[in-house]
Ligand binder design. Structure first.
Ligand code: NI
Length: 178
């Protein structure tokens, strides 16, 4: 078990487009397990590889609330194959934007295909908060943050606050969520 430092915005590493994974290796399985540990510890409901400085198309998600009903998804090369026209307007946050929240509209239902940690192809249908969370994490793989979905005015305000927040962290804490 390892906890990985989470990169806080604004940071150019959060704006990169991630590479598809060619093969799900033992090393990647370990990385995904560490990502889940890091996410639960934060605590958060999703984490994407670029948030821990890995520019590969990997996300982990678990929107359950209690330890005894965990339902983690570990997705390699996720792709949305279908989405509903109905949207859900949900207040989003992000481990890379600590204590910042904004309403974001996204499709309410999606179908997503991906490789699981065994390298097997999977496809699931998700709705509600799970669909929101998967789309939010997938955005990270293309360098998109939830604040990129809101007005420039509000985005700049949030990023300015985060810059200030980072400036007052001790140097060894700059990459963590505090
Ligand atoms: Ni995020």
């Amino acid at each position: 078990m390892a906890f990985l430092p989470i990169i806080v915005a604004p940071d150019p590493r959060l704006k990169l487009t991630c590479e598809p994974v060619a093969e799900v290796t033992e090393e990647l399985r370990k990385l995904m397990a560490d990502m889940l540990d890091t996410m639960y510890d934060a605590p958060g409901i999703g984490l994407a590889a670029p948030q821990i400085g890995v520019t590969q198309r990997i996300i982990v998600v678990d929107v359950t609330k209690n330890d005894d009903e965990r339902m983690p998804y570990q997705m390699v090369n996720p792709e949305i194959t279908w989405h509903s026209d109905e949207v859900l307007d949900y207040e989003e946050g992000c481990l890379s934007l600590p204590e910042q929240y904004a309403q974001v509209k996204r499709p309410d239902k999606i179908r997503v295909k991906y490789l699981d940690p065994d390298g097997q192809a999977q496809e699931i249908e998700a709705s509600g908060i799970l669909a929101t969370c998967i789309q939010h994490e997938m955005d990270h793989l293309d360098g998109v943050l939830f604040v990129d979905h809101i007005s420039k005015l509000r985005r700049d305000l949030i990023l300015r606050k985060l810059k200030k927040y980072k400036a007052q962290l001790p140097p060894e804490k700059v990459e963590t969520h505090g």
